[in-house]
Design a protein around this ligand. Structure first.
Ligand SMILES: Cc1ncc(C[n+]2csc(CCOP(=O)(O)OP(=O)(O)O)c2C)c(N)n1
Ligand SMILES: CC(=O)[C@@H](O)[C@H](O)COP(=O)(O)O
Ligand SMILES: [Mg+2]
Length: 625
C-alpha cells in the first residue's frame, strides 16, 4: 500500500507544505495506514481513527514546539506521531525498541507531556499555559480531552482553576464513547448540547448575525467583542463551560478537516478567555466493524481484518472473564453482592456480572476515586461491593482506600486486574505498586495463580472474609504450567518438594511460572530446588517462615516493586525468626519500564527463569569459594 501524501511528511511542520486541497486525501491515507499498521502490531485503533481530521487540522495550524498539544489518556496520539516524523516507528509500535503507544517527550519535543491515565491532561495543560504566561512566552496550549475522560474528577478540578488563561484551547472530543458507551450525567449533558435544536440552531444563527456586525478601530473592536459575548449569553442559555469562564464554540463536525482548520486558525489568534471547542466525532471512523463496535476495537491485538470475529461470540479466555463469570455465579445467592467498574466493564469482565445482575452493577465512569468511596457508602449500609479496577488505575484511589474504606474496616472487596507486568502499554500501565500500597494499610491480599484458585479464593473472600480485602490477577489467560497446578486451598504450597533440597524459590501469581522453569534449569546444573508458591500474600501465611527455615538459600521473585513488596516483608520476617541463610530478591526496578511484551519485560527486569537460575548458581559458587 502506498501513501504518497503521508510519505511527504517526515518532520513536524512538513504538513504545511501540502495544499489545503490535499488534506481530505491525506486524512484518508492516514486512516488506511492506521488500519493496516495497527491490525499488524496491535494497539489502540478506534480512538485513533476518530481523531484523524482533528489532528491534521491542528497540525495545519499549530507551530511545534512553541505551541503545545496534549492528549488526555493519550491513546489517540497516533496521527500526531505520524505527522511528527515517526511513521517508520509504527512497525515496532509498543515494542521494546519501537515507539510508545502514548505521547512520549523522550521520542519527540512535539510530545509536550506523557499520558496514559485519563482525566489528567487538562491539569497539565493549565500548568503549561500558566507557565507560558509567567514566562511571557508566546504560543497556544491545546488539549484534546475525550468525553470519557470528562467523567473523571480531575477535569473539574482543572476547569475550576482555569481562570483567564486565554492561551489555552480545550478540545472536547465527543464521540459518545468511553471504551464502551459513555455513562453518567455528563454524557447526558453532552447529548443535549449535541442535539438541542434550540441551542445549536440559535447559536449558528446568532454566530452568523453577530459576525456580520461591521467593526472598525481597536477600541470599538473590544467594545463590540464584549457586546457580542453579552448578546450571545443573553440570547441562548450558556453552557456549563461558559459558566466556568470558557468561550464555548460548537458543537462542530470533527471530520470536516477544512472547517476544523478554519475554526482553529481563528482560535489561534488573540482570545479574551480560554476556549472550549466542542468537536463531535465518530469513534472507529473509516473501519465499518469499528464504527459499529468501537469498544471491541478500542485496544486490539494483531487482528485479521478479513476474518473479524463477532465480539459477542468470542468471550475471552482470561482471568478477567473468569472473575466476571464467577462473581455472577456468587451473586445468584448473595443478594448483597454489587459489582463496580470505572468505565471498564469489558476489560474487568464485569460485563458478565452486569448481564446476570443488572440492578447491582455500577459503571461510574473514569472515576476510580469515586468508585472506591461509592463502594464504602454501599458497604456502610450492609451491601458487599466488589470494586474491579486495573492495578495501575487503583493508584488513583489510594486515599479513598485508606480514608473511606480501611479506617472503618468496611466490607469492600478490591478486585485488582492487570496485576504485575503488563504488555504493550508501557510505564504508565504497569500493575506493580498495588501489593505495596494495599499491604501497607494492612489489607489482606490474595494472588491466585490459575482460574481454579481464582474461583476458590473469590468464593472465600465473598462468603467468609470480612472487612477490606483484595484479590489480584494478571492480564490475559492462565499460564499452562500454572493451570496444571492443583487448587489445594492452602495459603501457600511447596510444589513437588524434593528430598534434601537446600534451595527454595518463592513467588506468587503469574511470576510463579518463572520459578518453576528456574527449578528445571537448576536441576540441569545438578542443583535441587523447591518451589514455594504463595497465594495469601498479606499478611504472610502462618507457617511459611517455619517451612522456609529448612533451606540455606531463598530466592524470592515478584513482578512488583521491591520497596514495600512481599519479598522485602518475607526477608525481614525470616530475619526475625532467626534464620541465618542467604535471601536473594528479584523485584521490579521501575526506573526503566518500556512498552513491551511480558517475556521481554521479565527479561529486562531479571525476572525470567534464566536470570533467577544464574543468581542461585552464582550465590552457591560464592558459598563454595
Ligand atoms: C484513570 C484512567 N482510568 C481508566 C483508563 C482506561 N481507559 C483508557 S481510554 C478510556 C476511555 C477514554 O474515553 P474518551 O476519553 O472518550 O476517549 P476515546 O477513546 O473515546 O477517544 C479508558 C476508560 C485510563 N486510561 N485512565
Ligand atoms: C488506554 C488505556 O488505558 C486502556 O485502553 C488500556 O490500554 C486497556 O488495557 P487492556 O488492553 O489491558 O484492557
Ligand atoms: Mg470518547
Amino acid at each position: 500500500m502506498s501513501y504518497p501524501l503521508l510519505e511527504r511528511i517526515n518532520a513536524p511542520g512538513e504538513i504545511k507544505n501540502l495544499p489545503a486541497s490535499d488534506m481530505p486525501a491525506l486524512c484518508e491515507e492516514i486512516r488506511q495506514f492506521l488500519i493496516k499498521s495497527v491490525s499488524e502490531t496491535g494497539g489502540h485503533l478506534s480512538s485513533n481513527l476518530g481523531v484523524v481530521e482533528l489532528t491534521v487540522a491542528l497540525h495545519r495550524v499549530l507551530d511545534f514546539p512553541q505551541d503545545k498539544l496534549l492528549f488526555d489518556v493519550g491513546h489517540q496520539c497516533y496521527t500526531h506521531k505520524l505527522l511528527t516524523g515517526r511513521r517508520e516507528g509504527f512497525a515496532q509500535l509498543r515494542r521494546k525498541n519501537g515507539i510508545s503507544g502514548f505521547p512520549s517527550p523522550r521520542e519527540s519535543d512535539c510530545d509536550a507531556f506523557i499520558a496514559g491515565h485519563g482525566s489528567a491532561a487538562l491539569s497539565t495543560a493549565i500548568g503549561i499555559a500558566r507557565a507560558k504566561k509567567l514566562k511571557n512566552e508566546p504560543g497556544k496550549v491545546v488539549v484534546i480531552v475525550g468525553d470519557g475522560a470528562f467523567t473523571g474528577g480531575m477535569v473539574y478540578e482543572g476547569m475550576n482553576n482555569v481562570s483567564k488563561l486565554n492561551n489555552l484551547i480545550v478540545i472536547l472530543n465527543d464521540n459518545k464513547m468511553s471504551i464502551s458507551k459513555n455513562v453518567g450525567q455528563m454524557a447526558n449533558y453532552l447529548t443535549k448540547l449535541r442535539t438541542d435544536p434550540k441551542y445549536s440552531h440559535v447559536k449558528a444563527h446568532m454566530e452568523t448575525t453577530l459576525e456580520r456586525i461591521p467593526v472598525a478601530g481597536d477600541a470599538l473592536v473590544r467594545v463590540l467583542q464584549g457586546g457580542k459575548q453579552l448578546i450571545r449569553r443573553g440570547i441562548y442559555k450558556s453552557t456549563m463551560f461558559e459558566e466556568m469562564g470558557f468561550q464555548y464554540i460548537g458543537p462542530i463536525d470533527g471530520h470536516d478537516v477544512g472547517m476544523l482548520t478554519h475554526t482553529l486558525t481563528n482560535l489561534r489568534g488573540e482570545q479574551y478567555a480560554p476556549v472550549f471547542l466542542h468537536v463531535v466525532t465518530k469513534k472507529g471512523r473509516g473501519l465499518k466493524p469499528a464504527e459499529e463496535n468501537p469498544g471491541e476495537f478500542h485496544a486490539v491485538s494483531s487482528i485479521d481484518l478479513n476474518h473479524l470475529t463477532d465480539p459477542e461470540l468470542s468471550p475471552k479466555d482470561s482471568f478477567s472473564s473468569t472473575f466476571g463469570c464467577a462473581l455472577a455465579d456468587l451473586g445468584d445467592d448473595e443478594p448483597r453482592l454489587c459489582g463496580i467498574t470505572a468505565a471498564m466493564k469489558y476489560g474487568t469482565g464485569l460485563n458478565f456480572f452486569k448481564h446476570r445482575h443488572p440492578g447491582r452493577f455500577f459503571d461510574v465512569g473514569m472515576a476510580e476515586e469515586h468508585a472506591v468511596t461509592f463502594a464504602a457508602g454501599l458497604a456502610s449500609q450492609g451491601l458487599l461491593p466488589v470494586v474491579a479496577i486495573y492495578s495501575t488505575f487503583f493508584q488513583r484511589a489510594y486515599d479513598q482506600i485508606i480514608h473511606d474504606v480501611n479506617l472503618m474496616q468496611l466490607d469492600v472487596l478490591f478486585a485488582v486486574d492487570r496485576a504485575g507486568l503488563v504488555p504493550g502499554d508501557g510505564a504508565t500501565h504497569q500493575g506493580i505498586y498495588d501489593v505495596a500500597f494495599f499491604s501497607n494499610v494492612n489489607i489482606p491480599i490474595f494472588a491466585p495463580a490459575n482460574y481454579a484458585e481464582l474461583r476458590y479464593w473469590l468464593t472465600y473472600l465473598v462468603r467468609e472474609a470480612h472487612g477490606p480485602r483484595m484479590i489480584r490477577y494478571a492480564r490475559g489467560g492462565e499460564n499452562p504450567a500454572l493451570a496444571a497446578l492443583p487448587c489445594t486451598g492452602a495459603r501457600y504450597d511447596v510444589l513437588d518438594p524434593v528430598d534434601g533440597a537446600r534451595v527454595a524459590l518463592v513467588s506468587y501469581g503469574a511470576e510463579t511460572e518463572e520459578i518453576i522453569a528456574a527449578k528445571d534449569l537448576l536441576a540441569q546444573h545438578g542443583v535441587q530446588a523447591d518451589c514455594v508458591k504463595l497465594t495469601q500474600l498479606y499478611p504472610l501465611p502462618d507457617g511459611v517462615c517455619d517451612t522456609l527455615k529448612h533451606y540455606d538459600t531463598i530466592l524470592f521473585a515478584e513482578d512488583t516493586v521491591r520497596t514495600g513488596g512481599i519479598g522485602e516483608q518475607l526477608g525481614f520476617a525470616m530475619q526475625q525468626c532467626g534464620w541465618q541463610g542467604e535471601f536473594l530478591l528479584h523485584a521490579v526496578d521501575n526506573s526503566h519500564l518500556l512498552h513491551a511484551n511480558v517475556p521481554e519485560l521479565r527479561k529486562d527486569q531479571q525476572l525470567d527463569a534464566a536470570a533467577l537460575c544464574t543468581d542461585i548458581l552464582n550465590a552457591l559458587k560464592e558459598k563454595q569459594a
